[in-house]
Design a binder for this molecule. Structure first.
Ligand SMILES: [Fe+2]
Length: 291
């Protein structure tokens, strides 16, 4: 049976027809999923009962090399012993719900700011695959924003003014915005990365705004002026018409294209309820130069 995608909301989220991704090894189906990613930007696969290893294996089959530096790993070692398997949870090394003042929780709550994964690294993240393992009995949604539609909605003059601009992304910046401070030694290990503000997605040829809470300054611009432009663009790109709110079901696997979307976690009572998801993110190798 052919894999198909049904639009869930607007034009950038598709729900896959029933499929067991653990069994997908053939090039035709994998390339059908990649084409779906180019068409939509976010794909939802229901009922994917991945083990950790199965998720790692599938992510590699899907897009090659996995990213092992997508979080502020200077804070703590990954509890699974594999930095490519990112722990998106409110659980500590002992498997207990983190205390309210746990330093990792304080760093992690910044994921409630709109961002795109590992933009503070070079290479950044390309696809992220997030698997729902343990869900709380209350809503704990993830929101997505379509950065190609946001780009398309800009007027011609604004679009022209953005061409060629470069942005410094820093996880130190995105955490400091909420009052979280890294030590000098930690900051030295997190220098950030520079990426174009407007990116072209190779598969679709569409242009996309590449923004995130990590976006700290525009290269060669005065700091306040650059930050104001970044804020304006964030405000524009996260208007309701460009966003989708995902209500998680057990065993959902959601894949998004970090080059074409932003996302953020929505708050829930994370000191009362356990929530465990696992993320694998692939490495976004440099794009070929565009004309
Ligand atoms: Fe994220």
């Amino acid at each position: 049976m052919t894999l198909e995608f049904r639009p869930l909301a607007g034009r950038f989220v598709g729900e896959a027809s029933p499929i067991d991704l653990r069994q997908v090894h053939d090039a035709a189906t994998l390339s059908r999923i990649r084409a779906g990613m180019d068409e939509f930007g976010v794909l939802v696969f229901r009922d994917q009962p991945f083990t950790d290893q199965e998720q790692l294996d599938f992510a590699q089959r899907f897009d090659g090399t996995l990213h092992a530096r997508t979080s502020a790993a200077v804070l703590a070692k990954n509890r699974f012993g594999n930095e490519a398997l990112t722990d998106i949870s409110n659980v500590n090394d002992q498997g207990e719900i983190m205390a309210g003042d746990d330093r990792r929780r304080m760093a992690g709550v910044s994921n409630r700011l709109w961002h795109t994964d590992a933009s503070f690294q070079d290479p950044a993240g390309r696809y992220s695959l997030l698997s729902a393992r343990v869900l709380p009995p209350v809503r704990a949604d993830t929101e997505f924003a379509d950065m190609r539609a946001a780009y398309d909605a800009l007027d011609d003059e604004t679009r022209a003014s953005l061409e060629g601009l470069q942005v410094h992304h820093s996880i130190v910046h995105s955490r400091q915005v909420l009052g979280f401070e890294f030590s000098d030694e930690e900051q030295a290990r997190l220098p950030g990365a520079v990426h174009p503000l407007v990116r072209v997605i190779p598969g679709s040829g569409r242009r996309s705004l590449y923004l995130a809470s990590h976006a700290a300054r525009i290269i060669d611009w005065p700091l306040p002026e650059g930050r104001l432009l970044l804020r304006d663009l964030m405000e524009h790109a996260t208007q309701r018409e460009f966003t989708y709110r995902h209500e998680w079901q057990p065993r959902d696997l959601v894949i998004w294209d970090n080059r074409a979307t932003m996302h953020r976690a929505r708050p829930f009572d994370d000191k009362a309820y356990r929530r465990e998801l696992r993320r694998t993110t692939t490495l976004d190798l440099p794009l070929p130069a565009t004309a």
